[in-house]
Design a binder for this molecule. Structure first.
Ligand SMILES: Nc1ncnc2c1ncn2[C@@H]1O[C@H](COP(=O)(O)OP(=O)(O)OP(=O)(O)O)[C@@H](O)[C@H]1O
Length: 942
């Protein structure tokens, strides 16, 4: 399990360098905070430049979530408040959280510093540009101390101007220095900002019956309505048909539409509400639609909306930081309002013209969003690119989808292209995505740094600069250009829609857009570049006809929103909805699939006590570990087919290891056979340290092979006779009352271990109950055979040749009768044509095909069962060498956002070629567990 969180250092002013660190915690689920608290403290100390940062030494490092002290032994990683995106403070309580009981909230609904939600507890708050203001507002047209809002004890609010330069209005009526009432819902305008009060009664009203408590229940004490409630309040049930969005958004005439385009503050509240899904799924009429700002229509703000589905791609141009503020608002809306599982976000921020630190400051907040996690098997930890290599990887993944390699995964992808991407081939790749992407559900959000459009720098200049500097900008079907002295205005322009030459219809914009974008010349008006734009400006075709005020939000706002969304995970697939094979990991550790990342003797003893079964774990399946209980009916023989190098031997080792982890060695024994002898490398010999292995037979020596075959046949016979005896000899007391075993298994429990220690020859057992007890006490025997084909058809001159037949015959008996006798067979073949007629194959209940598809990693396979559809899986790996630290204890490593887009193989957890293998770790832990359990092994076979 991996959790990303932020740890704030003690007594360091917020924002000071090194005062906080983002970390990635890797630990088995259920790990208490105490196991990582020292690691967290070390990470903070390292970020602050070593010791002396006021961090208490030793293990007793107090940690807080907000003001709340966390009990290190009772707070568990992965559970609230220790979920993805959490913020902890070290040594001292953190900043107190806002209190949900506040009677009134002040929302910054629109403007260049939109999104703020301020809880008013009563008394006066001053609003202004100054740091002195209780509600600071980064709006250049707002005075330093602009106006004051006072909440009386009865919850009623009033507002007064504080002698501002540009004045204050409430619902269009100017406000002087004498306080006037400010009712919930009334619009308070100062500078370019719109503020709105929500009273306690509005809040209660907003709570709908399906509101869920916040997902983290932790340090964010907002009383926001849950997201589901939020949407149902506005839309009722989600419209399922995609209706066309009006190209020019009009003020909603229908009051039911009033909340259709939530302002940034409402978006934040929706995110903090923490419900799992928004109802804006792919079929929703407003899916992928975003509000960019507001135009003033008779004093009422009218949303400026662009649908990415209609525009294909959207270009934003203007000076920073307003440009980034607008882009954040757009992305926050998509991440919050569109269904999490339907949307994927990708960031390309590899423009070397800007220092990496600036790019990280702009974008690291995105890293917390669940929509940036790779869900289509992309080779990275986040869908981000901060350098050319990562940009090339991201673009490659996206372009492959244009070529039909869709895979499973989210329906829509929005790619943020922040400035240039570098070499010509990458620029071309972005342009291709801009042209063909929308038809495949891939939309660009192109950001270009340009001067603000002013009388001295016309719109066309902004557009030309944007097209020249940011690839993909020329392909955008709609562009929003920031304008005005301080870039607090914006203009939205659309490319002219043209009829589809094929049908003559003007369908959705990207449909028609594609027609003319794909081939310049297919429409005479559609010349690439700025001609359409110049024409639009000349014709005054901006939409709407006058500038609006931009919605821009701060980095802190965006990070807060993203952290709130971080713990949202895709829900489990519905029954029968398997994951596409491409989504399986390229490699998995068996220990992770076993839930035994820390293979300690205690954990193993607990596992043995917990499951007295023979659990064979194949690896990672579409919905968690793929496993089979060999004591259940219809699970053996297990037969594995696969070409050389497909991972057969490793799979057999994993099966052996998982069986050993599921049952005590005195109750389950492993018999291992390398059918190709010992010349073929390590084979199954590496498993012989597992205390369960009673026999290892490399097929080299005919003498040993014959002895083995005899002893195996003898054991099978003994068990067959015991079984017959246990079913009772007619006429004998008690015999007739016996029930047959419930399945093909011997599940009977031994009543006394002593009774079976002196196990007499089965023929001497005359009493059925005694026979039953004896049978139940027989250890289960699992025979695992690699290179079975080499036994069936030994090479000419092979030393195994004279004796192979006797071994094969004994194995045939197991394939036929083993289930009843608690003897199981697992066999693998590299030459399926040689083994097609073998009983193990013809009777196989579980058939594994490894490497069935081309170009799959070793260990990728499918499990076939008669009459069922095959299940894809990635076999567990046990002979990988992983640094001991990774397996033995949880780790805390600083998060390097700029490296999250690189292939995960470069992370410190990769196999290093030193340290013990997982198999060796497991074997030694099993030995110790067996010792302390007193589980002596008396090999069943001679
Ligand atoms: N599940 C796995 N995950 C990662 N790597 C694997 C996995 N299984 C096998 N490999 C790697 O693939 C290579 C081949 O594996 P293995 O020897 O198990 O294949 P095989 O099918 O038994 O081949 P052969 O028939 O030649 O013996 C080895 O280098 C192994 O480390």
């Amino acid at each position: 399990m991996q959790i990303r969180m932020t740890v704030l250092g003690p007594h360091v002013p917020r924002g000071a360098r090194g005062s906080s660190v983002d970390v990635l915690v890797t630990a088995p689920s259920g790990t208490p905070l105490s196991a990582v608290s020292v690691g967290l403290a070390d990470a903070v100390a390292a970020a602050a430049g070593g010791a002396g940062a006021g961090i208490p030494a030793g293990s007793a490092v107090p940690l807080f979530a907000g003001e709340r002290a966390l009990d290190p032994d009772r707070t568990v990683l992965g559970e609230p408040p220790l979920t993805d995106g959490a913020v902890l403070s070290l040594g001292a309580p953190g900043v107190p959280g806002e209190h949900a009981e506040a009677p009134v909230r002040l929302l910054i609904a629109a403007g260049p510093d939109a999104g703020g939600v301020h809880l008013l507890h009563g008394g006066q708050v001053r609003i202004g540009r100054s740091g002195e203001a209780e509600v600071p507002l980064d709006d250049p047209d707002v005075s330093r101390l602009h106006c004051a809002v006072t909440v009386a004890e009865d919850g009623r609010a009033s507002v007064a101007d504080l002698g501002s330069t540009n004045g204050t209005t409430v619902d269009g009526v100017p406000v002087g220095e004498r306080p006037v009432p400010l009712r919930p819902g009334a619009l308070l305008r100062i500078g370019e900002s719109v503020l709105r009060l929500e009273g306690a009664d509005t809040l209660e009203h907003a709570q709908t019956p399906d509101s869920a408590p916040p997902a983290d229940g932790g340090p964010e004490p907002y009383a926001a309505p849950a997201r589901r409630g939020f949407w149902s309040r506005r839309f009722g049930t989600a419209p399922s048909e995609a209706a066309e969005l009006p190209r020019e958004s009009r003020p909603p005439a229908d009051p039911a539409e009033a909340g259709r385009w939530p302002d940034p503050a409402e978006v934040l509240l929706a995110a903090l509400g923490g419900a799992r899904h928004s109802s804006r799924d792919t079929g929703h009429r407003d899916a992928l639609s975003v509000r960019l700002g507001t135009a003033d229509t008779h004093g009422a703000p009218e949303p400026l909306v662009v649908s990415l589905r209609e525009a294909g791609s959207l270009g934003l141009a203007g000076p920073r930081p307003r440009l980034t503020g607008l882009a954040r608002s757009v992305l926050a809306q998509l991440a919050t309002l569109d269904a999490t599982d339907d949307l994927e976000l990708v960031l390309l921020a590899a423009d070397r013209a800007r220092p990496l630190a600036d790019r990280l400051a702009d974008w690291s907040w995105l890293g917390w969003l669940p929509q940036l996690r790779p869900a289509r098997g992309q080779d990275c930890r986040l869908l981000t690119a901060y350098d050319r290599e990562q940009a090339s990887a991201r673009l490659g993944e996206l372009l492959r989808r244009l070529d039909g390699d869709g895979g499973g995964g989210p329906a829509h992808t929005v790619v943020v292209v922040d400035g240039d991407v570098g070499p010509a081939e990458l620029r071309d790749a972005v342009a291709r995505l801009g042209l063909r992407g929308p038809a495949a559900g891939i939309h660009l959000l192109c950001l270009a740094e340009t001067p603000s459009a002013t009388p001295s720098s016309p719109l066309t200049a902004s557009y030309e600069t944007a097209v020249a500097d940011t690839p993909g900008f020329a392909e955008c079907g709609a562009v929003a250009l920031l304008s005005g002295d301080v870039a607090s205005f914006l203009r939205v322009l659309w490319r002219p829609a043209t009829a589809d030459p094929a049908t003559g219809e003007s369908g959705t914009a990207y449909g028609t857009g594609r027609a003319w974008l794909d081939g310049p010349g297919s429409d005479p008006r559609a010349t690439p570049g700025g001609d359409w734009f110049a024409a639009a400006v000349a014709e005054g075709r901006e939409t709407p006809g006058r500038p609006g005020v931009v919605d821009a939000v701060s980095a802190a706002w965006a990070e807060r929103l993203a952290r709130a969304l971080a713990p949202l995970r895709a829900p489990a697939d519905g029954e029968g909805a398997g994951r596409a094979p491409g989504e399986l990991p390229a490699s998995v550790r068996l220990l992770d699939e076993l839930g035994l990342a820390r293979a300690t003797p205690t954990a193993l003893t607990a596992r043995w006590a917990d499951r007295t079964r023979a659990l064979a774990v194949f690896g990672a399946g579409p919905r968690g570990p793929l496993e089979a209980d060999l004591t259940a009916e219809g699970t053996q023989p297990v037969f594995v087919e696969g070409a050389a190098g497909s991972g057969k031997t490793e799979l057999l080792r994993s099966l052996a290891a998982s069986l050993a982890a599921s049952e005590r060695p005195d109750r389950l024994q492993l018999v291992l056979i390398d059918g190709g002898g010992s010349e073929r490398g390590e084979g199954l010999r590496v498993c012989t340290d597992l205390p369960h292995v009673s026999t290892y037979l490399p097929a080299n020596d005919p003498l040993r092979m014959r002895e083995f075959a005899q002893s195996l046949a003898g054991e099978l016979k003994r068990r067959t006779e015991l079984l017959a005896a246990s079913r009772g000899v007619p006429g004998q007391r008690g015999g007739g009352e016996l029930e047959p075993p419930p399945s093909n298994t011997l599940r009977l429990r031994p009543q006394s271990a002593q009774a079976v220690q002196s196990a007499p020859d089965a023929r001497d057992v005359r009493d059925a109950r005694m026979a039953q007890r004896l049978l139940a006490a027989q250890p289960r025997l699992v025979v695992i055979v690699d290179d079975y084909d080499a036994l069936i058809a030994p090479a000419l001159g092979s030393p195994a040749r004279p004796a192979a037949g006797s071994v094969v015959r004994a194995l045939d008996t197991i394939a036929r009768d083993g289930g009843r006798l608690a003897v199981d067979l697992i066999a693998a073949t590299g030459r399926p044509e040689q083994t097609a007629g073998a009983s193990a194959r013809t009777r196989a209940e579980l058939l594994v095909r490894l490497g069935a598809a081309p170009d799959v990693p070793p260990g990728r396979g499918e499990l076939h069962r008669p009459g069922k559809s095959p299940v894809p899986f990635q076999a567990g790996r046990v002979t990988g060498r992983i640094p001991r630290t990774a397996t033995a204890r949880p780790t805390v490593v600083p998060l390097e956002w700029e490296r999250m887009g690189a292939p995960p193989t470069t992370r410190p957890l990769r196999e290093l070629g030193n340290g013990p293998t997982d198999l060796a770790l497991l074997a030694s832990a099993l030995q110790r567990a067996a010792q302390s359990a007193g589980a002596d092994v008396t090999p069943v076979l001679a």
